[in-house]
Write a protein that binds this ligand. Structure first.
Ligand code: SAH
Ligand code: SF4
Length: 373
């Protein structure tokens, strides 16, 4: 914005004004930005617009989880979820339409990658919950990049969105309230560390041997467990910051006590906590969820060995809130929108010449190394 306005011969504070209108006051058009000179607004009109997401469907679960399906300007659809838990309310944002990583237990993987989201499309999911018309119940405390897609496969879009979300001139959210979750694209993980954004990191480990991890997460062929954990050990953390390791529990695949003990060994020397996610069973996914007893025993073993371990029950099961499920259903049933409203969520980006964002064009399920740091 600063560069653009400087090229227009405008003073630097105009960029701040513009960003405040978009990110703080949620203006939906340049015309609303009344403290910008009329002539400037006219000139900018040709260069800038405030992008929108359209709310297609909205579902509320008995446990309070709210699931939103948004249509992007090109017609693709993404999901955003608001998850209330204890004293926290967490917004879970998507970073891609679909995902190229191909984890065998994940619904988002099934359609492959369509495209990466632009920074504006990521930020807009958050801004939706800060719209002036929102009820206080919608106010959120945390953000997780755990919706559809692999954030680090869209490194450029993710990093730019994080900058906007955390900057004083942007949305102004503390990075300590934001967590980025990755399946473990190691080179990109290193780049994220170098970007020094101070956000929290979650890593989807999901197995304790390379054989099992490769079977359920093909990315493990490119970045096996030892390589991934070495990158985690080198990841810059603040004083009390810890890495969260996510572990989807699959019956008879990775849920034995031997797995739990191996996990303890793998975590040696890491400042970490473990989130156990009993599989959310979904159509087309060939795995089962372990019994509650197995889950408990697994957790107990971790606790006994001094690890912090939590069981995260999947939320909003009555509204199909598994990652990617709402979009999937919408696609399958082609249901007409039952709640359609133009939810305008401002995020400015240049109308012309916006580059395709970071995501790669690798094919669904393909195992590959990410390049182009
Ligand atoms: N791509 C990123 C973030 C999105 S997935 C990642 O993989 O980390 C967010 C989390 O949901 C991951 O930890 C993933 O392992 C988990 N997940 C995916 N499908 C699931 C399912 N069917 N049941 C339970 N957890 C699942
Ligand atoms: Fe992609 Fe994450 Fe699903 Fe794996 S678990 S396919 S990385 S969204």
């Amino acid at each position: 914005m600063a560069t653009l306005l400087a090229a227009e011969g405008e003073p630097a504070f105009r960029a701040t004004q513009l960003c405040q209108w978009v990110y703080k006051r949620q203006a939906t058009s340049l015309q609303q930005m009344t403290d910008l000179p009329e002539a400037l607004r006219q000139r900018l009109q040709e260069r800038l617009y405030v992008s929108t997401l359209t709310l297609v469907r909205q579902q509320q679960s008995a446990d309070g989880t709210e699931k939103l399906l948004f249509r992007l300007e090109d017609g693709n659809q993404i999901e955003t979820v608001l998850i209330p838990a204890d004293d926290k309310r967490t917004v879970c944002v998507s970073t891609q339409v679909g995902c190229a990583i191909g984890c065998r237990f994940c619904l988002t993987a099934q359609g492959g990658l369509v495209r990466s989201l632009r920074p504006a499309e990521i930020v807009s999911q958050v801004l939706y919950f800060q719209q002036p018309a929102q009820t206080p119940a919608r106010a959120f405390t945390n953000i997780v990049f755990m919706g559809m897609g692999e954030p680090l496969d869209n490194l450029q879009g993710t990093v730019q969105a994080l900058r906007i979300l955390t900057a004083d001139w942007g949305v102004g959210i503390s990075p300590r309230r934001i967590t980025v979750s990755t399946s473990g694209l190691v080179r990109r993980l290193e780049a994220l560390g170098r970007a020094n954004l101070k956000v929290n990191l979650a890593v989807s480990l999901n197995a304790t041997t390379d054989a099992v991890r490769t079977q359920i997460m093909p990315i493990n062929k490119a970045y096996p467990i030892a390589t991934l954990l070495a990158a985690c050990r080198a990841f810059p953390l603040a004083l009390r910051q810890r890495i969260t390791f996510e572990y989807v529990l699959l019956r008879d695949v990775n849920d034995t006590l031997a797995d739990a003990k191996r996990l303890v060994k793998l975590m040696h020397g890491l400042r970490c906590k473990i989130n156990l996610l009993p599989l959310n069973e979904i159509p087309g996914v060939p795995y089962r969820r372990p019994s509650d007893e197995t889950v408990q025993q697994f957790q107990q073993c971790l606790l006994q060995h001094g690890l912090s371990a939590f069981v995260r029950q999947s939320r909003g099961r009555d509204i199909s809130a598994a990652c990617g499920q709402l979009r999937f259903e919408e696609r399958v049933t082609k249901r007409l929108t039952d709640q359609s409203s133009q939810a305008t969520m401002p995020s400015a980006h240049t109308a012309q010449g916006e580059q395709a964002q970071g995501g790669e064009t690798s094919r669904p399920g393909a195992t590959r190394r990410e390049g182009g740091q």
